[in-house]
Design a binder for this molecule. Structure first.
Ligand SMILES: [Zn+2]
Ligand SMILES: [Zn+2]
Length: 263
C-alpha cells in the first residue's frame, strides 16, 4: 500500500508526502524547513529516501520552506516552466538544485511516475499532479485553481485517491472581512475552488468510482472543515447519491499532520 500524508494544509502553508516502501516524494513546502523536517521525523521518514519535490506554483504558502530545506540536499525539484524560472530568478531555491520542467511530460521520479497538468490560478503557472507508484497505485492532487476544466477532471479521475482543493464557503467569503478586490480574486476563475465547486467535483469522482477523496487548502477565514464536509454530503444527497461506508471523504488539517491515507 502507498500512503498520502498531509503535513500541513491551507492558506498558511501546504506540504504533503506520497510514500511507498519508505521512498517518498514531497508536494510543495509552504512552511519552514525546520517545521517540515520535524514532521518528517515524526512520521519516521528518512530524508535519504526523498526522491524529489513537486511544486504546484510560486505562491509563498507553497514554496517558502524550500530554500533552507534544500541547502544541504541534492534532490531534484519538478514544476512548470514559468514556476521554475520564477524560483530560480528570485533565488527561492539553492543554485545547486536541479529544477526540471515537468509540463507536458511524464517523469520517472525514483519508483514514481508523475504527470503534471495545468490549473487556472493567479500565478505565473500552476500545476496539479497525477502520481503512480512503483506498485501501480494512483493518486492525483489539484490545489489552487479557479475552476475544474475537463482536462483537470480527467486527471483527477480513475485514481485510488483524489486530493482536491476546497478553499472557501461562498457565504463566509461574501460576508467576511476581506476587501472587495480580494473576495473577487478568490472567487474568480483564476482564484480558488469553493466548497460547492469542490463538492460537485467530488460527487462526479465518486460516481466514476473514486472512493477516497481528500479535501485540501481550506481557508482559515472563509471556511471550516465541517462546512466543507457538509457541502459534499448535501451535494451528494441532492443528486440522489448516498455516500456509504465504502467512500471516504477526509479534510486535511491546517497546522498538523493529517492521519495518513492508504491508497
Ligand atoms: Zn496560490
Ligand atoms: Zn495556496
Amino acid at each position: 500500500m502507498a500512503r498520502y500524508i498531509s503535513l500541513y494544509s491551507g492558506s498558511s502553508g501546504n506540504c504533503s508526502v506520497v510514500e511507498e516502501n519508505g521512498k517518498f516524494i514531497l508536494i510543495d513546502m509552504g512552511k519552514s524547513a525546520r517545521l517540515t523536517n520535524r514532521a518528517l521525523t515524526e512520521l519516521g521518514l528518512d530524508i535519504k529516501n526523498l526522491q524529489g519535490i513537486l511544486v504546484s506554483h510560486e505562491h509563498t504558502d507553497h514554496v517558502s520552506g524550500l530554500k533552507v530545506f534544500l541547502k544541504n540536499l541534492r534532490v531534484p525539484v519538478y514544476t512548470g516552466a514559468a514556476t521554475a524560472d520564477y524560483l530560480i530568478c528570485r533565488d527561492l531555491i539553492p543554485s545547486h538544485i536541479d529544477v526540471q520542467d515537468i509540463s507536458f511530460a511524464t517523469f520517472n521520479i525514483g519508483d514514481f511516475t508523475v504527470r503534471g497538468f495545468e490549473t487556472p490560478h493567479d500565478s505565473v503557472g500552476c500545476m496539479g499532479y497525477r502520481i503512480m507508484t512503483g506498485k501501480g497505485r494512483k493518486m492525483s492532487i489539484a490545489t489552487d485553481l479557479g475552476f475544474v476544466t475537463e482536462d483537470i477532471f480527467n486527471n483527477l479521475n480513475n485514481v485510488d485517491l483524489a486530493v482536491v482543493e476546497s478553499n472557501y464557503d461562498v457565504q463566509m467569503l461574501r460576508e467576511g472581512p476581506y476587501p472587495y478586490y480580494l473576495k473577487t480574486r478568490i472567487a474568480s476563475n483564476h482564484g480558488h475552488l469553493s466548497n460547492v465547486q469542490s463538492a460537485q467535483t467530488t460527487l462526479r469522482l465518486i460516481e466514476n468510482g473514486v472512493n477516497k477523496i481528500q479535501l485540501c487548502h481550506l481557508s482559515n477565514n472563509n471556511n471550516t472543515p465541517s462546512l466543507a464536509l457538509e457541502q459534499v454530503q448535501k451535494t451528494a444527497i441532492a443528486n440522489g447519491i448516498i455516500i456509504g461506508n465504502d467512500v471516504q471523504v477526509k479534510v486535511n488539517r491546517r497546522h498538523e499532520i493529517t492521519t495518513d491515507t492508504e491508497f
